[in-house]
Design a protein around this ligand. Structure first.
Ligand SMILES: [Zn+2]
Length: 185
């Protein structure tokens, strides 16, 4: 996996381009936001997250889809249960994952952040393959964007605490931080 800083796309992973993105107002990338998602909630490997981020979700297919099918959202990356990574938006562009949000007194975190979705729920443990992929991806991102220090990796619930609970209590923050600090890994 290699990140081309000019295009903002990672080579060696799947690409599934989303139209739900636009220009970063300051061109800044200084925050990494971790999320979880599964569609329908609690079901994995359905391909519906990809459809959702490409505005292809069919409202009639599931009662839950009816409520979200018209939303225009995206994240830069999705890590599925088997560790497969898909990129939807160039890192150079602003993906629409954080919504109304604030980090360190600054609002609109989409402007200056990258968003990674882990396929999952708040309550179910994420897989070893997902942690391994998340660590590898984060390291690649940190090499290109050195502002993404450990203290600037957070959860959606940290930047939108009244609206969002993801990645949830099942996400093992100490495990991620320890792996990122371990130079051998
Ligand atoms: Zn989220």
């Amino acid at each position: 996996m290699q990140l081309d800083p000019t295009s903002g796309w990672c080579h060696g992973i799947r690409h599934c381009p989303s139209p739900n993105c636009n220009v970063r107002p300051q061109g800044e990338i200084s925050l990494l936001v971790i999320h979880n998602i599964s569609l329908p909630p609690g079901q994995f490997g359905t391909g519906k997250v990809q459809a959702f981020f490409q505005n292809r979700l069919v409202a009639e297919e599931h009662p839950y889809f009816a409520g979200i099918a018209t939303l225009q959202v995206s994240a830069h990356f999705l890590i599925e249960r088997d560790g497969a990574i898909t990129q939807f938006v160039s890192c150079n562009e602003r993906a629409w994952h954080a919504g109304q949000s604030s980090f360190g007194g600054r609002e609109n975190c989409n402007d200056f952040s990258l968003g990674i979705e882990l396929e999952g729920t708040d309550e179910q443990p994420f897989t070893d393959a997902q942690y391994a992929a998340l660590v590898a991806l984060t390291r690649v991102l940190q090499r290109t964007y050195p502002a993404l220090t450990l203290d600037r990796i957070c959860g959606h619930s940290d930047i939108a605490p009244t609206r969002k609970t993801d990645p949830g209590p099942a996400f093992d923050w100490p495990r991620l931080r320890a792996a990122l600090m371990d130079k051998k890994e």
